[in-house]
Design a protein around this ligand. Structure first.
Ligand SMILES: C[S@@+](CC[C@H](N)C(=O)[O-])C[C@H]1O[C@@H](n2cnc3c(N)ncnc32)[C@H](O)[C@@H]1O
Length: 263
């Protein structure tokens, strides 16, 4: 191997190692430290600094990075939700987005909802800065969007008030006992016939991908692994009754969109 090739390999390795370390520090590492510090945990204790510190939010929210984190499936996942929203008649109805997410998912969902007639889109998040950041992407829809600081596991919204609810990669970050609560709340706020669109990780079919994915979760997001089995959201919804669910998986089963219709 020539010297420049060795330098290139070394530089690539250094970039990957630095990126991994950075994400560890601003996600799980920070939660581990938080857990060691004195004081009672709050309802926001599980939220990574990457979602609460405005500088970090702005640094990381860059479409190519976000797409890469989801193995370049981000576009397909968002498109599935958008195409389903486009098929709904949302005239005079409300659409809820339960928790913000990076990338263009929020603008695309809001656009689809408004074009399907939604009179209002509510965006709820437990972190104020996330709502401020989401607002900065939605100038064109200023009059149609409401920003609500609220907890997905105990929402202040009325029962049965929304026609659709989009939850994009929230569950895998919630402590296990809160995963079911967030799904219960999602169901409570939906009107009969309303749809819950849930984007999440899923147990991959290929063992190589499963091994890589397992390692990723163990290092960065240990709360996510339970979605593969003990806290499978589709199983949970079906066990509670009152839902008709469809699951579509992506990238050898690594990701899923669940469309759950409230009966
Ligand atoms: C949806 S998740 C992660 C999304 C995904 N990693 C991405 O950005 O593409 C992150 C968001 O969930 C919010 N969040 C976490 N726990 C929440 C809760 N209990 N209620 C409402 N929002 C919550 C965080 O503040 C953050 O805005």
């Amino acid at each position: 191997m020539t010297a420049w090739m060795m330098n290139l390999v070394f530089a690539l390795f250094a970039v990957l190692a630095f990126t991994g370390l950075f994400f560890f520090v601003v996600t799980r590492g920070a939660l581990v430290l938080r857990g060691l510090s004195p004081g009672a945990p709050s309802e926001k204790s599980h939220v990574y600094p990457i979602y609460s510190n405005m500088r970090l939010i702005k640094l990381v929210d860059f479409q190519p990075i976000i797409s890469a984190i989801l193995l370049f499936q981000y576009h397909h996942l968002v498109s599935k939700i958008v195409s389903e929203l486009e098929q709904l008649d949302l005239r005079s109805r409300k659409v809820l987005i339960t928790s913000c997410a990076f990338g263009n998912v929020i603008p695309r969902v809001v656009k689809a909802a408004v074009e399907s007639g939604a009179e209002r889109v509510l965006i709820a998040d437990i972190i104020h800065n996330e709502l401020v950041h989401a607002k900065s992407k939605l100038g064109a829809y200023a009059g149609r969007v409401e920003y609500i600081e609220d907890n997905a596991t105990s929402m202040k919204q009325a029962e049965g008030g929304v026609a659709a609810n989009v939850m994009f990669f929230l569950l895998h970050e919630l402590p296990h006992d809160l995963k079911g609560q967030a799904l219960n709340e999602a169901g409570r706020m939906l009107a009969p016939g309303g749809k819950l669109f849930l984007a999440e990780f899923h147990r991959p079919q290929l063992w190589v991908l499963r091994a890589l994915s397992w390692t990723y979760f163990k290092v960065f997001e240990p709360l996510g692994l339970a979605l593969w089995d003990t806290h499978d959201p589709l199983n949970y919804l079906e066990s509670t009754g009152g839902w008709t669910c469809e699951r579509t998986t992506y990238f050898f089963g690594n990701f899923q969109i669940i469309t759950a219709t409230k009966q």
